[in-house]
Structure formats: C-alpha cells, structure tokens
Design a protein around this ligand. Sequence first.
Ligand SMILES: Cc1cc2nc3c(=O)[nH]c(=O)nc-3n(C[C@H](O)[C@H](O)[C@H](O)COP(=O)(O)O)c2cc1C
Length: 323
Amino acid sequence: MLRTAICDLFGIKYPVIQGAMAHLSTAELVSAVSNAGGLGIIAAAGYEPDWVRDQIRLTRQQTDKPFGVNIYIPSPYTGQVVRVVIEEKVPVVATGAGNPGVYMSRFKEAGIKVMPVVSSVALAERLERMGADAIVAEGMEAGGHIGETTTMALVPQVVDAVTIPVVAAGGIADGRGLVVALALGAKGIQMGTRFICSEECNAHLRFKEKILKAGDRDTVVTGQTTGHPVRCLANRLTSELLKMERAGASKEELEQFGKGRFYQGVIEGNVEEGSLMAGQIAGMIKDIKPVKAIIGDIMAQAEEIISGLESFRVEDRCLNQRR
Ligand SMILES: Cc1cc2nc3c(=O)[nH]c(=O)nc-3n(C[C@H](O)[C@H](O)[C@H](O)COP(=O)(O)O)c2cc1C
C-alpha cells in the first residue's frame, strides 16, 4: 500500500488531503474525508471563533480520526481562532493567504502540526525556518486564490528548497495526479475542486452540476489588477468583473461589487451572479460520488499506474536481453 511521510506525520492512512474551502469544508465533508483515510480540513475562513469551535466539536462527533483547521490569516478573528484550535487540541493547522509566523511558537507549544499553503519557494523556505511541519505547494491551476506558478513547475522547486514533506495542490483529481505529484517529490496531494463534487459536500447542486458540465477552458482568473487573483468558473459575474477590471475599476469598487457573491454562488446556487471558485481540473470531473469512493478510486488508480510502471521496466529489461 502507498504510504508516505505525510501519512506518518499526520497519522492518516492515505496521502490525500482535502483542501479547506470556505463555506464548503464543514464538519460533514471534513469527517467524511478523515473517515475515508485522508485528512479533512475545516475552513475557518472569515467565520467567528464560536462557529469554528462548533465545527471542530461536530467533526469530533463524526470521526475519531485526525483532521485539521485552516486559518485564513487576513481574517479579523485570526487571533481568537488560534486560541480556539489550541483549546480544542486540533491536531493539524493549515494556514492560507499569508504568513502564520507570529502564531507558530504557540502552535508548537500546543503540539499542533502546522502546514501552511504557499505559492512560492521563498515563503516555503521562510516557513520551514519558522518551524512548519509540512508545506502545501499550490499551483495556479487551483480553484480559489492563486499564485503565478503552475503546480508542475512549483512543486519540484519547493521540494528542492525544503527538507520537510511537501504536498502538491492545484489541478489534481485522480490517481494520475497523485503519481505525478509523487514523481515530482511531493509526499501527498491536496484537492479542493474534486471534493466539491462529493455527496458529502454541502455545495449547491447547481454549482456541482456546473463543474460536471465544465470543459478544460471554462475557468477564468479575476482580480489580477488588484494583486489578488482568484480562479472561478466563468459566468456572468466573472464577465462583469473582467469588464470592470479592463475599464480600470479600483480595488474598492471591485471588492464592493464582489461582496457576498461566493456564498450566493456556492451555497445559494446562483450560478450566474455568484462566484464559483473552482480549478482547471473541473473539466475532468464527471461524477458526484461519496468521498470514500473518490479517495478509494484515486488510490487504486495510483497503485495500478505504479505497478504498470514496474512491469514496463521488467518488459524493458526483457527487450534489452533479447537485443
Ligand atoms: C471553492 C473553493 C474555496 C476555497 N477556499 C479556500 C480557503 O478558504 N482557504 C484556503 O487556504 N484555500 C482555499 N481553497 C483552495 C483549496 O484548499 C485547495 O488548495 C485547492 O482547491 C486545490 O486545487 P484544486 O481546486 O485544483 O483541487 C479553496 C478552493 C476552492 C475550489
């Protein structure tokens, strides 16, 4: 069975992590992923500390397996959420959209494993020096807020720069992606978009169906002009936002126009006026299935590919002998 350093670090069966997704990675999805042998991660996003505490307790009611909380560093509640995860003895903290350095010593004292998400080698190196236990290297294929480098280019560069285990994220949704990530030197994968199309994810059915219908070129990146690029499925909202950006709209105007759109899209199912964050791999997702099947199929496909490569080597050797 495929086991890596990430499995040992977090005490999980499979090297598969469910990336935090604001509004979507709540106790139901998180506990399903952890029960299926991966690592589920609650998205604290901009939620108040009491909501995060409730989600941690609800998750614990549904699984006795390890899970994590993703802390969105720019949230006004970050300090209070840090206190909650320490009090609740959450085993793993992931962090996004910033540098968690000031909180690192408190996490370490509490015995919490820390896994920041980065999109550059420089930040990965800095966070390793500060005591991170693992790093998620996320390429620009991913859904949500993104950097500039692709997963294929970023992951091996981060792997070469740090000694802690690296998890590859962005553009992965099957066993082929897992094998490639391992070949690039990563010790596991993190997926977001694939888990939206799981039975346990509370995303609105119209959002899930929009992913199922998406093709390879159906995502766009808005927010380039403000320095906060976001990858979403293309719809009326993104056309409008891109038009405003081309016309030179200010950061404030764009933020005002985009306010509340994510909840409207992914929870209320307004798939034209709402924001539908999703990655480029959406074009490959063709079914909604239970989390257990998603993870099981990925592991089975990865094992099959790896044993196929092994037999290819044997065939190659026979061929060379015959020559
Ligand atoms: C709908 C959605 C919401 C997301 N919200 C967050 C978030 O709140 N915090 C975070 O660190 N990453 C967030 N992400 C990124 C994911 O955790 C994950 O790294 C990413 O989806 C991986 O790429 P993929 O979509 O190609 O699988 C989000 C992604 C999506 C698709």
